[in-house]
Design a protein around this ligand. Structure first.
Ligand SMILES: NC(=O)C1=CN([C@@H]2O[C@H](COP(=O)(O)OP(=O)(O)OC[C@H]3O[C@@H](n4cnc5c(N)ncnc54)[C@H](OP(=O)(O)O)[C@@H]3O)[C@@H](O)[C@H]2O)C=CC1
Ligand SMILES: CC(=O)C(=O)O
Ligand SMILES: [Mg+2]
Length: 650
C-alpha cells in the first residue's frame, strides 16, 4: 500500500502532535508529506490500515510536490494534490473547520488492489521493478508493454465493435480500469472517440443507463437526500473539486426527460474537461439531481434507476437546488465552477439568474453554445464577406440554445457597431413551436423570448418565415429532427449565394437536417455545421467536410481559464473572449476546406488559447483572484494541463 495519510502521518510521526492545531500546521509544502507503503488493504472508508512498510514513493509525484507552485495548478495530478482538505492545488488553504477535524487518507493500493485502482493502475505497463516493489508478481502476465502499445491495442479492440453503445461501454470500462490509458486514448484519437463518449452515443447511453449502469461515476443527489446534501458531498472520494457539471436530467440533448439517467451527460462533459481542457480528472465531479421524472416510459421501466415519482416542482425543487448550491460552496469554496447542463428551460434561466451573482456558474446550453456559434459565425465572415451586422438570422427553436446564441450575437454586433443592443436584436428572429415570435404574442411569451418579439404579422410555418424574413443564416435549435426540410433548405439557398445553415440539435437523430441534405438541397453552396458529427459528403464530384458546432469547443477552455485565474464569477465578456479565441484558431487552410471551425484534433491548443483569453478577461474585469497575473497566459494555460503520461513508482 502506498498511502498518504495526512492526519495520521502527522500524529504518528510525532512532528506536530495531533488535533486541529497540528492539522492546521500541515499547511506547508506538500513535499514534506511522507508516503509509506503497505501490503494491507483499506478499511471500508478507504483509510490505510495495518502492515505499513516504508519507502515507496511515487517519483513524479514527489517532483510535482516539489514543483508545487502556482505554475502547475490545474492539471497536476499527484495523489497529494487533492489537498486533503488542507491545500488546494495552488497551495492555498481551502480547508473548512469541518474538514480540519475530519481525518482522512488518500491511499494508493499495491498488489491486487493497485491493479483495480483506476487512478494508478498501469496494467501491463508496470515495469519489472514496479512489479517487484508493489507485489504484482504473478498477478500480471510476463510481458511489459509501453503506454503507446496499450493505446494501439485498445483502439484496435474498440474498432472491433460495430455497435456504438458497445464502444461507449468499452470506453467506460477502460475509464474505470485505467484512467490514464482512457485519457491518452481519447486525447490521441479525439475525432474518432468524441462521438463515442459524447454526442451522439452518450444520448443512447443515457436512454439505456439503467441497464448499463455498473459503477458510480458521479454523485446522485435525490429528494431522499434533502437535508443531508453536505454529507452526501463528503462521500465523494476526492476533496479538491474544481469543476462540477450538474444536471437534473429534464432536457437531455434533444431526447427530453431522462430523469436520473441523465448522469451520462455530466460524466461525458467532465471527461472532455480533462481530455480537451486539461483539467485533472480528480478535480471533476459529475452530479445528477434526481427530483423524479415525467417520462412515463422510464417510470414503468423495471430497470429504471431513479426515483419512481413525477418531478418535484416549485418550492420543493427550489429548496433542493438551493441546498445543493449552498453545500457545494461550503464544501469546496467559492471558486469551484458549477456548469449547469441539460436542465429544462423553465428552470435553466432562473437558476442561472439566481446563482450567477453568488456562485461561479454558467449554463453550457445557453452560454457555451452561444460562444461556439458566435465563433463560427465570425469565422464564416471570411467565407461570405462582410460583418455580422450585414446578416439576418433566423432560428428554429427559441429556448436555451436559440435565445442564448441570439443574445450573444446581438451583444457582439452592438460592441462591433456601437448600435444599442435593442436595435441589433432586430436583425435576429426566432420561431418556436407556435410559429414566428412576434410582438402580438408578447404577453403570453416566456420571459427569455420577449426581447425577440419584433413587429411582424403572425407566421406559423418556418418556410413562410424564411420567405418573409429572408435570413442569411438559418440556425436549428429546436431539438426536433428533420425540420429543415427540402423546401426549407431550398428556400434559404434561393435567397443566398452561400447560405449559412447550422443544424445544432443533438443527438444525430434530432438534427434539423443531415449534412448530405444541406449540401444536396443547396447544390453544394451551404456553409454547414451540426451539433453532432456527420461524415464527409460527396456531391457533384466534390467532397464536403461538415463542421461540428458544439459547445465542446468552448466549455473545457472556458473552465480552464476560470480555474487558472481563480475567477469568482462568469461574465458575458468572458464568453465573447472565448468566442474570439476560437474564431482566431480558424486558419486559411481550414477556410479553404469551407470550414468555420478548427478540427477537434487541435483542441488542446485551442483550449489553451480560449483559457488564456478568458483568464485575461477575468483579470481585466477584476474577477480573478489568482495573483499576480502570469505574463504569458497561453503558456501558463498549457503548463496547467493534465497529462495522462504514466508516473513511475518505486
Ligand atoms: N450543438 C450544441 O452545442 C448544442 C445543441 N443543443 C441542442 O439544441 C436543442 C435544443 O436545446 P434547448 O434550446 O436547450 O431546448 P429548449 O427546450 O430550451 O428549446 C427548444 C425550442 O425549440 C422549440 N421547438 C420545439 N419543437 C419545435 C418545432 N417542431 N418547431 C419549432 N420549434 C420547436 C421550442 O418551442 P416552445 O418554446 O414553443 O416549446 C423551444 O423554443 C437540443 O436538441 C440540444 O441537444 C443544445 C445546446 C448545445
Ligand atoms: C451539446 C449540448 O450541450 C446539448 O446538446 O445539450
Ligand atoms: Mg447540453
Amino acid at each position: 500500500m502506498i498511502s498518504l495519510n495526512r492526519s495520521s502521518f502527522l500524529s504518528n510521526s510525532g512532528v506536530n502532535g495531533s488535533g486541529i492545531n497540528a492539522q492546521r500546521q500541515t499547511r506547508r509544502p506538500l513535499a514534506y508529506v511522507r508516503i509509506v507503503a503497505s501490503r494491507s488493504n483499506q478499511d471500508q472508508k478507504g483509510r490505510a490500515t495495518s502492515e505499513r512498510s516504508s519507502g515507496v514513493l511515487v517519483e513524479s509525484t514527489l517532483k510535482e510536490m516539489k514543483d508545487h507552485t502556482p505554475s502547475t495548478p490545474v492539471g497536476v495530478d499527484p495523489d497529494c494534490a487533492v489537498g486533503g482538505g488542507v491545500k488546494d492545488v495552488y497551495g492555498e488553504d481551502r480547508a473548512t473547520e469541518d474538514q480540519l477535524v475530519t481525518p482522512w487518507t488518500v491511499s494508493v493500493a499495491s498488489g491486487y488492489s493497485l491493479l483495480r485502482d483506476p487512478h494508478h493502475n498501469k496494467g501491463l505497463a508496470f515495469s519489472e521493478k514496479e512489479r517487484d516493489a508493489h507485489y504484482l508478481r504473478g498477478l500480471l502476465p510476463p510481458t511489459v508493454v509501453s503506454h503507446d502499445l496499450q493505446v494501439k491495442k485498445m483502439m484496435h479492440n474498440i474498432r472491433q465493435y460495430q455497435v456504438p453503445l458497445q464502444k461507449y461501454m468499452a470506453m467506460m470500462d477502460l475509464q474505470e480500469m485505467n484512467e490514464r490509458l482512457f485519457y491518452k486514448l481519447l486525447m490521441e484519437n479525439v475525432e474518432e472517440l468524441l462521438p463515442v463518449v459524447y454526442t451522439p452515443t452518450v444520448g443512447e447511453a443515457c436512454q439505456k443507463y439503467g441497464s448499463i449502469f455498473r459503477r458510480p461515476q458521479g454523485l446522485f443527489i435525490s429528494l431522499k437526500e434533502k437535508g443531508r446534501i453536505l454529507e452526501v458531498l463528503k462521500n465523494w472520494p476526492e476533496r479538491n473539486i474544481q469543476v462540477i457539471v450538474v444536471t437534473d436530467g429534464e432536457r437531455i440533448l434533444g431526447l427530453g426527460d431522462l430523469g436520473c439517467q441523465g448522469m451520462g451527460i455530466p460524466v461525458g462533459k467532465l471527461s472532455l474537461y480533462t481530455a480537451l481542457g486539461g483539467v485533472r480528472p480528480s478535480a471533476c465531479l459529475p452530479v445528477t439531481i434526481d427530483v423524479g421524472t415525467n417520462n412515463e416510459k422510464l417510470l414503468n421501466d423495471e430497470f429504471y434507476i431513479g426515483l419512481r415519482q413525477r418531478r418535484a416542482t416549485g418550492q420543493e425543487y427550489a429548496e433542493l437546488l438551493h441546498e445543493f448550491m449552498t453545500a457545494v460552496k461550503q464544501n469546496y469554496g467559492e471558486k469551484v465552477l458549477i456548469q449547469f447542463e441539460d436542465f429544462a428551460n423553465h428552470n435553466a434561466f432562473d437558476l442561472l439568474e439566481k446563482y450567477g451573482t453568488t456562485h461561479l456558474v454558467f449554463n453550457d446550453d445557453i452560454q457555451g453554445t452561444a460562444s461556439v456559434v458566435l465563433a463560427g459565425l465570425v469565422a464564416a465572415q471570411k467565407l461570405v464577406g462582410g460583418t455580422l451586422a450585414d446578416h439576418r438570422f433566423l432560428f428554429l427553436g427559441a429556448g436555451e440554445a436559440g435565445t442564448g446564441i441570439a443574445e450573444l450575437i446581438a451583444l457582439e454586433m452592438s460592441k462591433q457597431t456601437g448600435v444599442p443592443l435593442e436595435e441589433t436584436r432586430k436583425n435576429i428572429w426566432l420561431v418556436d413551436s407556435k410559429g414566428l415570435i412576434v410582438s402580438s404574442r408578447k404577453e403570453s411569451l416566456q420571459h427569455f423570448k420577449k426581447p425577440w418579439a419584433h413587429e411582424h404579422e403572425p407566421v406559423k410555418e418556418l418556410v413562410d418565415a424564411i420567405k418573409s424574413i429572408k435570413p442569411t443564416v438559418l440556425i436549428g435549435t429546436s431539438g426536433v429532427g428533420k425540420t429543415f426540410t427540402k423546401e426549407v433548405v431550398e428556400t434559404v439557398a434561393a435567397l443566398n449565394k452561400k447560405p449559412i445553415i447550422l443544424a445544432l440539435s443533438n443527438p444525430t437523430s434530432q438534427s434539423e437536417c443531415t449534412a448530405e441534405e444541406a449540401y444536396t438541397w443547396s447544390q453544394g453552396r451551404a456553409i454547414f455545421a451540426s451539433g453532432s458529427p456527420f461524415a464527409p459528403v460527396e456531391y457533384g464530384g466534390k467532397v464536403y467536410v461538415p463542421g461540428q458546432a458544439n459547445n465542446a469547443y468552448i466549455f473545457p477552455g472556458l473552465g480552464l481559464g476560470l480555474i487558472m485565474s481563480g475567477a469568482i464569477r462568469v461574465h458575458d465578456d468572458m464568453l465573447l473572449a472565448a468566442s474570439e479565441a476560437l474564431a482566431a484558431q480558424v486558419t486559411q487552410e481550414i477556410y479553404d476546406k469551407g470550414l468555420i471551425f478548427p478540427p477537434f484534433a487541435n483542441i488542446r491548443k485551442i483550449s489553451a488559447h480560449i483559457a488564456a483569453n478568458v483568464a485575461a478577461k477575468a483579470y481585466e474585469l477584476g474577477l480573478a483572484t489568482r495573483l499576480p497575473q502570469p505574463d504569458d497566459l497561453v503558456k501558463y494555460a498549457e503548463s496547467c494541463m493534465y497529462s495522462p503520461a504514466y508516473r513511475h513508482y518505486r
